[in-house]
Write a new protein. Sequence first.
Length: 343
Amino acid sequence: MWLSNSSVGRKLVMAVTGACLVLFVTFHCLMNAVAICWPAAYNSICEFLGANWYALIASAGLALLILIHIIYAVMLTLQNRKARGSERYAISHKPASVEWSSQNMLVLGIVILAFLVVHLIQFWAKMQLQEIRGAVETLPPAAGTLFIQKAFETSWTLIVYGIGFAALWFHLNHGFWSMFQSAGWNNSDWMPRLKKIGCWWSTIVVALFFAQGIVFTVKAHEKYYLTNETLREQYKDMIVPMIEKDFGPDAAQVAMQVKMMPYGQVSQMMRQNEAGLRQALEQVPTSDFQEQMKQNPQLKEQVEMAQKQYEVFENVVKLLDYLESSDDQPNMELPAGATGHSH
Ligand code: HEM
């Protein structure tokens, strides 16, 4: 096929996939800006872009673009090496005009890929992938700001991201005008302009990413995403699907209570329920109780239901523990044993 067999075809594929990735990265940094200006709106967007069919198609398309971009990058590099190999005695010096980044696009791409692996483990695997798997984890998949909190409260994250952003700047800066060149737009009037536009574009995008990384780190260290009242109300609403999923026949009633009550009251209710059920279930392993269960199948069913509900409460309390881990004042109204810090 012409697109993979000819050098021009391969360059064109690099240019088209590269252009799409430039647009994605630009969109992504604008999305992150929402997390800074309106964190609650950011979470609503994360919910909208969860494991819905349109988000899944977009993610699969993006993965395909990245994959094609990488495969063709390797093919082009090998082809260039081969070509240079036969001329290596003819060309002893690299032309001065060939910039450092153009010589190192593959290496820069590998650094970005390494950053991407860390990044996807920190975010995508715990958000969209968690939803696809239907797994129950402590943090709800739509709570984008909680994953920002978790990622950026660790100091090494900013260092790793800083390296990734720097590599991205060089890669974008060169890639931008190079994709126009590959598409045949190689005239002497436009090339300097395209280089300028590319430099501005990549500088603005990467500067935004840097600024976001710093703001997220500062806010995460202040525990902003855990303690902000509006965000807590939003996290509280994310408990509802956890209840609706696994709670059994009482789900609708408990979900309604959670929706109606403010965060503080829900926290108290959940902790009390978890402690109460924990205490009740403690007697299940005793031989007396086991005997009763053998004679009374209804009791066995009740215990199984209680165990399911306990698992939900336990998970919700883990989330509450994380949210309240930096609160100065423990909730004084809670009964002893219901403080939930047993995990
Ligand atoms: C401060 C910097 C960044 C933050 C806070 C951030 C945050 C996020 C978040 C929250 C997701 C969520 C995905 C989901 O809903 O599953 C995500 C996905 C992703 N990010 Fe970033 N990101 C940052 C920088 C970058 C950079 C520089 C790149 C590329 C070089 C990048 C590439 C991606 C990709 C490829 C995905 C997967 C998208 C998908 O599955 O549709 N991110 N990021």
